[in-house]
Every structure is written in C-alpha cells, then in structure tokens.
Design a protein around this ligand. Sequence first.
Ligand SMILES: Cc1cc2nc3c(=O)[nH]c(=O)nc-3n(C[C@H](O)[C@H](O)[C@H](O)COP(=O)(O)OP(=O)(O)OC[C@H]3O[C@@H](n4cnc5c(N)ncnc54)[C@H](O)[C@@H]3O)c2cc1C
Length: 345
Amino acid sequence: METILLLVHTETDGSLARSAREALHAAATLHRTLDGSRLFVGLIGDNLQSAAGLIATSSATKYFGVTGPQLGEARYATDAAAVEAISKAAQATVVIAPATSRWARVLPGVAQRIGGCVDTHVTGITATDGKLLLSRWYYRQRIEGVLTRTQRPWFIAIDPGSQPACECGAGSATVEIVDVNLTEACKRTTVVGIREPKEDAQTIRPDAQLLFVAGAGWTKKQADGQTHVHEAERLILGFLKATRASLGSSKSLVDLSGDGQAVLPFLSHLNQIGQTGATPRHAKGLSTCCHGEEPHTVGWRFISERRAISLDPNCGWARGKADVLYVADAFAVVSKVNELLKQNP
Ligand SMILES: Cc1cc2nc3c(=O)[nH]c(=O)nc-3n(C[C@H](O)[C@H](O)[C@H](O)COP(=O)(O)OP(=O)(O)OC[C@H]3O[C@@H](n4cnc5c(N)ncnc54)[C@H](O)[C@@H]3O)c2cc1C
C-alpha cells in the first residue's frame, strides 16, 4: 500500500503557488487510481495554517507541518532537515512535490540521505494494475519515457506547467506539527535579501497564455538596407506591455550580444528557447523574425498552438513546424497589432 505525501512549501505571504496546486492535482489523481493508497499533505514554511486551509477540501486525510521563522526562506540545510522529518513522520512511500527551485535543490539530497530515490522533470504519473508509472521527457523533449521503480521512498518532482491546478477549495484543516532539531550548523547560511528585476523588466512569465518569440531577423538589414533595432525594441516591448505575453528568443538573437552586434538589451540567454535553451509551456506561441530551425523548435514541444511571422516562405516554420505561417514583414504586422491592441485593450 502506497502512502502518498504531497510536499509543498508556502509562499512568503502564506499562500500556495500554482505549482503546488498542480502537484496536488497529480497526487490526488494518483491516490484515486491507486487502490488502498493514502494521501497526506506535508507543509513547510513560516505560517502553515492558512495554506492548509486553502486546500482543505482535497482528498488528503492528514496534514503534517514543519514550521518556524527559519523555514520562511529557502536554505538547503534547514529545508533538507524539514523534508526528512516530515517524510518520516508521514511514513511516506511516494513523495510528490512541485519542482520549484527550492525543492529542486533539496529533494535529491534528502532521497539519498534516507535511502530513497528521486526522479525530476516528471510530467505525468499514473497507476496500472497497482503499479505506479511516471513519465518524463528525454533528449531535449524529443523522447517520452515511462518508468517505474520498486525502491521507496520515491521522491517525484513535477515540472510546473505540466498539470492542471487542483480546483479544491478552502475549509479548515488541522496541521500536525512535526518537531525538527535545527542545529546551529543548519543555520550557518543566512538569507540577507532577494534581488529581482523590476516588475516590467521581468519578461519571462511562465503563467502567460502567450509566448512571443523574437528571432535574429529583428536586428538584420531590412528592405531599405538599414537595421532598425530601436524600432524593433519599441514594437516588441509595446506588444509585451499590451498582452503580458512571455518573451522568448532564438539562440542567434541572444548570441549576437557576444558578437558585438546591435542587440535588444532586454534579452538574455534566459529567454532562449530550444535544444540548448528552455522548453516553456504556454497555450499559444508566436514566433517573429525567426527561421524555425530544428534546434530552435525543439523548445516549442509544449506550446499548443504555434504561429510564425517570417519573410521567408521556405523557412522551417513553413515546413510543418507552425500551425499558421504569416509570410509577412514582422515590423509591419506587429506595428498594426499594437495599434489594434491600443484601440481594443
Ligand atoms: C547544437 C545546436 C544547438 C542549438 N540550440 C538552439 C536553441 O536552443 N535555440 C535556438 O533558437 N537555436 C539553437 N540553435 C541554432 C539554430 O539552429 C538556428 O541557427 C537559430 O535558431 C536561428 O535563429 P534565427 O531564426 O533567429 O536567425 P536566422 O536564421 O538568422 O533567421 C532570421 C529570420 O528572420 C527573418 N526576417 C528578417 N527580417 C524579417 C522581417 N522584417 N519580418 C519577418 N521575418 C524577417 C528571415 O527571413 C529569417 O528567416 C542551435 C544550433 C546548434 C548547432
């Protein structure tokens, strides 16, 4: 009989992130399909009661918590001690957690510490004939693998964006507090603050409906024999401001800065989509001024509807990689779209 533990950390305001609700959806679905299993919730953070209340109508029957001011922030040593204690208290055989940056750093270490195993980048969990099966992608999202393990406890980190979020509502839940001895050695690392870009400088928005991808064409000589990089910058930022889309880039465009060429200053390698870049998940994607070569389109694996604007009717997008290709000048198209968005925000 499996004891499934959903392991989540609270946000600084005491809430739960969407990725936590996605992991809960995966855990609750597995619990439903795995006969005789139990579902518990493990919460870690500074203030747990309100977070437990937010998901109190889930099918979990017990809530465990490790709390204290030292757990309000991410720190490997304290988080690892808390995860170890909560997994043992719940006697978990399967621990399902969202692959947040906080958990991604801690789970493999804890699995090793308590003689378990871990799988990361998991995008699906099912059970067939009482056997737990999980799926994940390999070789830059080109091959999907399904695997099972007998070793327990089995830590499973679910990729954010790969599941629907659990719709379970609020109520009241009693959290059983688990004591952890956080030694002085655990607290040697101190968190002195968080540095993050200003709200409008943050162009990577995983929750956006639309991914807008800029290619190197934005910086190339246009029909008049000139480059129009400032115009490109104005159009792209105008589009992002109006739509709150997430911004992606081709490798060629982000690499241009290294070659000393005219570049778009708000792009970094973090925006790069593709084989050597990110594979984001969005409902729709619009590629602009980009060729659509294989290593680039690998990053579009989880974009449901793909459209592209390119001057080249023979580019990779036209060869079956986009659902819709507009053979057009992206400067003209985006300028017109921005104008329409201004009229109908
Ligand atoms: C091992 C390896 C890994 C790689 N990994 C990645 C990766 O992770 N991500 C990635 O992106 N690439 C990757 N690449 C590079 C990839 O193969 C392409 O070279 C790159 O994606 C091309 O970028 P681009 O389409 O922006 O530029 P270009 O190939 O220069 O294409 C620019 C396009 O813009 C169009 N254009 C120009 N002006 C306009 C206009 N006004 N309106 C409309 N269209 C216009 C042109 O017609 C052209 O099609 C990798 C390559 C290798 C070898």
